[in-house]
Design a protein around this ligand. Structure first.
Ligand code: BES
Ligand code: MN
Ligand code: ZN
Length: 503
């Protein structure tokens, strides 16, 4: 896709589809009025007959019959102007791209709905929306229709320059925003691919190969992949116990990005990498297991984010770590009542083999804390159904006892528009993890399940500044919105990239 900057007035844009957004009642919108005037009131008539009143996700397409250089006009609805954030903008741009493809348009000119200080962000989110909205996981579909290459190839964004050429600084800011949007979208789509791929194809070994492929693209990125023997030597008793039930070998992935100049901070990003979670002997129901290929969404997010991070550059040293394996049942699988020795040395009694993520993450966190010694660490995990009960299917739970780090993270989420909400790491719930015969047990009671999982991880994070992000809900969705089709969403990639590349 080619992205362009246009400063000519919108009605002059020569393209297959001229698109703009209105904030509610179209008759109050300046662009709408100007174009309607040129079309001799036909656009307003069409809006009336089609009951188009500019609500979010409404759209109106109109054939111009040669009255404008553009062949078609498309009006999309957006919410109120002050509330328009990244998600609404991405959705609007995604909708424009989807309609363009539906009407076989090759070129779009889209009037950016925000200006001034919000313009660069609007450019980035528009680019993200176009690319994220055109994402399809179609490699297993065989019909001609599903394989068709989209018609849209050029997407111009119109900023109101009254026809004046942009200044060098404006052009630079525009290009930088396009580059950011493209890099973020590419990583989001890459993460979606990894998540959507069936577990039979996306094994720990394949996931490690994906990390190696990203490292190969960037001289600034290196990768180390540890097999079961090396993990054994490191004493990763929890990770290996979970992995033991499967014939698929586990892989411990460690990617490193080094900036050109001396790094400001060392930041570690840890992802839960269960390429399939059957629950183990605490077996899930068939329905509960159906989507458990998504249980590596945390790993997919951090591995894919590394691609955008290396493309855009960060002033920090970034480490990506994912302990990848399958949680299955077999004659070798770990059992209820087993007592595991973690890499940290703490012993853990297993009272539920389906609480496996915290075991793999516990050892990954210990590895990060002792081998990398970062200034900050974050983990991303489809960890608990309880988090979805607490916050619903679209919001991630953020847990941390490090106030400044939690706030800085939530500020990044605010900028990218990813839905995240803080849950308290209430230490009173720690009692739920007591075991009479080991240092801890792996599962608490039903109430506060997202928090007890967080508290379990805290035992391994110790005093290293750390934020836990439970993405069980938003990692995959069943109901689509324009910029987020059903399936894996690539959730957290945008915020990770923003956080580590933000100045
Ligand atoms: N991978 C699941 C959590 C999950 C559930 C992710 C739904 C995405 C959608 C995790 O390993 C798990 O099974 N958690 C248990 C924990 C319980 C046994 C304490 C759960 O949430 O039921
Ligand atoms: Mn589980
Ligand atoms: Zn799991």
């Amino acid at each position: 896709m080619e992205f362009r900057h246009v400063t000519d007035p919108a009605p002059k844009a020569a393209c297959d589809l001229l698109a703009f957004a209105v904030f509610g009642d179209p008759s109050k919108d300046a662009h709408f009025k100007a174009i309607d005037h040129l079309l001799k009131g036909a656009l307003a008539d069409a809006a009336k007959t089609e009951s188009f009143d500019g609500k979010p996700q409404q759209s109106l397409t109109f054939w111009t019959h040669g009255t404008l250089p553009a062949r078609r006009v498309l009006v999309v609805g957006l919410g109120s102007k002050t509330d328009v954030g990244a998600p609404a903008l991405r959705d609007a741009a995604a909708q424009v791209a989807q309609i363009a493809n539906k009407v076989s348009a090759a070129s779009v000119a889209f009037v950016l709905p925000l200006s001034g200080a919000r313009e660069a962000m609007a450019v980035q989110h528009t680019v993200e929306g176009v690319l994220m909205g055109m994402y399809r996981f179609n490699r297993y579909l065989t019909s001609e229709d599903a394989k068709k290459t989209p018609s849209l190839t050029t997407f111009a964004m119109i900023t109101d320059g009254k026809g004046k050429k942009p200044t060098v600084a404006q052009a630079k800011a525009f290009d930088a925003a396009v580059t950011r949007g493209q890099a973020v979208a590419a990583s989001v789509c890459r993460a979606r691919d990894l998540v959507n791929e069936p577990a039979a194809a996306m094994t720990p070994t394949v996931l490690a190969a994906e990390a190696e492929a990203i490292a190969k693209k960037h001289p600034s990125v290196t990768v180390q992949v540890l097999g079961p023997k090396k993990c054994e030597q490191l004493g990763m008793g929890m990770f290996l116990a979970v992995a033991r039930g499967s014939e698929e070998e586990p892989r411990f992935i460690h990617m490193t990005y080094k900036p050109k100049k001396k790094a400001k901070k060392k930041i570690a990003l840890i992802g839960k990498g269960l390429t399939f979670d059957s629950g183990g002997y605490s077996l899930k129901t068939s329905q509960g297991m159906e989507d458990m290929k998504v249980d590596m969404s945390g790993a997919a997010a951090v591995i894919s984010a590394m691609d955008a991070i290396a493309t855009l550059g960060s002033e920090h040293e970034i480490h990506v770590v994912a302990a990848c394996c399958e949680n299955l049942v077999s004659g070798r699988a770990y059992k209820l009542g087993d007592i595991l020795k973690s890499m940290d040395g703490l012993t853990v009694e297993i009272n539920n083999t389906d609480a496996e993520g915290r075991l793999t993450l516990g050892d990954a966190i210990t590895y990060v804390r002792t081998k990398i010694e970062p200034d900050e660490m974050f983990d991303f995990a489809t960890l608990t159904g309880a988090c979805m009960v607490a916050l619903g299917p679209f919001t991630a739970g953020v847990m941390s006892d490090h106030e400044p780090l939690a706030k800085a993270w939530l500020a990044a989420a605010e900028r990218t528009g990813e839905d995240m909400w803080r849950l308290p790491l209430n230490p009173r719930l720690r009692d739920q993890l007591k075991s009479p015969i080991a240092d801890m047990r792996n599962t608490g009671d039903r109430f506060g399940g997202a928090i007890t999982a967080g508290l379990f991880l805290k035992a391994f994070a110790k005093d290293t500044p750390w934020v836990h992000v439970d993405i069980a809900g938003p990692a995959a969705v069943t109901g689509a919105r324009p910029a987020v089709p059903r399936g894996g969403t690539g959730f957290a990639v945008a915020t990770i990239v923003d956080y580590v590349t933000h100045r």
